[in-house]
Design a protein around this ligand. Structure first.
Ligand code: LIP
Length: 276
């Protein structure tokens, strides 16, 4: 039975393979696009003057949507650039053609294609591919997290005062003012902060032990869907704050030893109360 049979239970292993295949193929389009100044030069803005979009974002999402249509024509697709296409199939695909678009435009080598497959409201497979490094992070629910073929087992064992925590700031200038106040209170209590500009990669870097924790408010589903699965399958705690689930209000993630202490500080500082 294949995942594209109508009415059959989607095959999660097949969805996982497709997430890797699609994110890898899309990453090649992004890689080639980075070399085309005309494509990058046509930079538009969306929610604010810092929320950038390029022709490469749009072309990559069009390619991803076409690939999904070939495999599972009845599914729902949500993408950052073209919104939601509602279908009757059993899978909802979440696409970020370039997560870290500002980095992409500037030529900072930290951006990624993120593809996730959700079944019955739960992300069951995902892949995040950095077109510059060629790194392919991927996971399937209950199947573990991987960088290529290498199994990922999350961050090091570290105390909060030495922990390096990644975060991000929203395109809304009022919200980011409140977010920087939270970061300013947090910084003296931890080892350092990293602002890498791509939620998808920051969550995968947590899974790979390159940072010790991550939190951000105001993300869209497509930003975190695949990366959150990779982090969770690497053994990390991934949730909202105050016992809530991951949402646009807050995505918080850390290793099991660090999570309680980090999340308590974030709750105390109101990291999930910045949307205004
Ligand atoms: C980005 C996120 C990042 C956030 C940026 C931006 P985009 O997504 O991945 O974590 O801090 O403000 O939202 O817009 O590059 O796809």
């Amino acid at each position: 039975m294949t995942a594209n049979d109508k009415g059959s239970e989607p095959d999660v292993d097949e969805l996982h393979a497709w997430c890797v295949e699609l994110a890898t193929g899309a990453a090649e389009i992004v890689r080639r696009g980075r070399g085309d100044r005309s494509a990058i030069g046509a930079v538009g803005t969306k929610s604010s003057d810092t929320d950038l979009v390029t022709d490469v974002d749009r072309a990559t999402e069009r390619w991803l949507r076409a690939q999904i249509l070939q495999r599972r024509p009845s599914d729902t697709v949500l993408g950052e650039e073209a919104g939601t296409t509602v279908g009757r199939g059993g899978v909802r695909w979440l696409l970020d053609p370039i997560d870290g678009t500002v980095n992409f435009v500037l030529g900072l080598p930290l951006y990624a294609v993120s593809v996730a497959a959700e079944v019955a409201g739960e992300v069951v497979a995902g892949a995040v591919v950095n077109p510059v490094s060629g790194e392919v992070f991927h996971a399937r629910r209950a199947g573990g997290a991987f960088l290529g073929d290498e199994r990922l087992d999350g961050p090091r064992s570290v105390d909060l005062p030495a922990a390096v925590i990644a975060t991000g700031f929203n395109y809304d200038r009022g919200m980011r003012t409140r977010q920087i106040d939270v970061a300013a209170r947090l910084l003296p209590k931890i080892g350092d902060v990293r602002r890498l500009g791509t939620a998808a990669l920051e969550l995968c870097f947590l899974a790979a032990g390159r940072v010790d924790g991550y939190y951000e408010a105001g993300l869209h589903e497509w930003d975190h869907a695949a990366g959150a699965l990779v982090a969770a399958e690497a053994g990390c705690v991934v949730s909202g704050l105050r016992g809530r689930a991951v949402s646009g209000v807050m995505v918080a993630a850390a290793g099991p030893e660090l999570a309680a202490g980090l999340f308590a500080l974030l709750e105390e500082y109101g990291a999930d109360e910045v949307t205004g």
